[in-house]
Design a protein around this ligand. Structure first.
Ligand SMILES: [Zn+2]
Length: 400
């Protein structure tokens, strides 16, 4: 691997990097990312405004507007994605999606770097402090509750597709003042598959592993989750067909995207949130599996965009947002172990990115200024017409 990039410096440069403040390191990561994108995406990113946002304003726009949020797989480093030696792993994002997007190169996560708590923080716009390894609801209202309550939307209009049982409670907070029953419906494809196969076959073992970080943690869940019988009533899918599709799926995220596309077709939710998680297989230490997962996630993001463009309910009125929950440790951090974990809290693991494309979004724009993960939800509020009242983030003015 080429070790000459910003994120894997050698010798004197490595020493100098350690002297930089976290903020400087984040800014440097952000600048490199911008340069990588400009070179790789083949368009004059950041210099032209190719697309205008052809989108209605006012109440009509709010009524029709749909948003799909994808969290990018448990986080990856730049040297396996945007840096020159990593670009071969994300051809779809670089060639198909980036040129159509506004790309934010510096999205800082100042919260706890565990996948459930970080995703919950993304969804509430507050740095949540819940126990990452515990299937409990977020403390503050979620985007799904703001959306449904303010806009008076039915339960069918907000859905989450989540990777493991630990995410079962992501759809609705414990904030009672917000009222019960205003959250999103949550579907856990692995849980569904387990139910469909009664856990009795090894054909699906590669799809059923609940989490990569602490394999022994797999909470039992009950109540409120998507029930097996709803396969047929909501997704119009027989248990046998579902099992047949699952058998062909190469990973849990592929199964999640399959389910998400069924939901788009059958329920057409206006707010759809998909948490990808395959990349987190990096915790196993197997670099090749981590790379495979990045490539797959890249392909699946493009597949979701294709679905948005081809579904009549979504085409032309949908904004797609892709962002990681956080990154992974830098090689040079003495406490870290490179791609494998996210334990140090160093700037590399906190400085992520966000890509937005579709309705209302300018194409070919790069935004370098520092943003925070918690800015997402108030931004979605500005786009869709609800108030994220308890969020501590700030609306991102480029997202309208
Ligand atoms: Zn992880």
């Amino acid at each position: 691997m080429d070790q000459s990039t910003f994120s894997r410096p050698l010798g004197a440069e490595a020493a100098a990097m350690r002297l930089l403040s976290d903020r400087e390191v984040a800014a440097r990561l952000s600048r490199s990312r911008r340069d990588f994108l400009r070179d790789a995406a083949g368009v004059a990113l950041g210099t032209t405004f190719l697309g205008s946002s052809h989108f209605l304003r006012g109440q009509t726009a709010f009524k029709k507007r749909k948003v799909v949020v994808i969290t990018f797989g448990g986080g990856a480093r730049d040297q396996e994605t945007f840096a020159p030696e990593g670009q071969e792993n994300i051809p779809y994002m670089l060639k198909e999606l980036a040129p159509r997007s506004t790309f934010f190169t510096q999205v800082i996560n100042n919260g706890i770097l565990g996948h459930y708590v970080a995703t919950a923080s993304l969804a509430t716009g507050v740095y949540e402090t819940l126990n990452n390894f515990s299937a409990i609801p977020p403390e503050h209202p979620t985007v799904f509750e703001y959306f449904r309550k303010d806009l008076k939307r039915p339960p069918s209009d907000a859905w989450v597709v989540a990777p493991s049982n630990g995410f079962n409670r992501i759809g609705e907070s414990e904030c009672r003042s917000y009222g019960q029953g205003m959250g999103a419906r949550v579907i856990l494809p692995k849980h569904l598959l387990n139910a469909a196969t009664s856990g009795s076959t090894t054909d699906y073992d590669h799809l059923l592993r609940d989490n990569y970080e602490t394999p022994l943690y797999a909470p039992q869940i009950g109540g409120g989750e998507f029930e097996l019988r709803q396969l047929e009533t909501i997704l119009k899918l027989s248990v046998d067909d579902f099992k047949a599709h699952a058998r062909m799926a190469s990973s849990p995220d592929e199964l999640s995207v399959y389910i998400a596309k069924r939901l788009m077709k059958q329920e057409s939710p206006s707010l759809l949130w998909i948490t990808m998680h395959d990349i987190d297989i990096a915790h196993s230490g197997a670099y090749s599996l981590y790379i495979d997962a990045i490539r797959r996630t890249d392909r699946l993001c493009a597949e979701m965009w294709k679905a948005i463009e081809s579904e009549p309910e979504y085409a032309g009125n949908t904004t797609l947002i892709i962002l990681p929950d956080f990154g992974r440790d830098a090689d040079q951090d003495p406490g870290g172990n490179g791609f494998q974990h996210h334990r140090t809290g160093d700037p590399a693991s906190r400085t992520t990115w966000m890509m937005a494309l579709g309705a209302g979004i300018k194409e070919g724009v790069i935004c370098d200024r520092p943003l925070q993960s918690i800015d997402l939800i108030p931004s979605l509020g500005a786009m869709m017409g609800f108030s994220a009242a308890q969020s501590q983030g700030t609306p991102i003015k480029e997202l309208r």
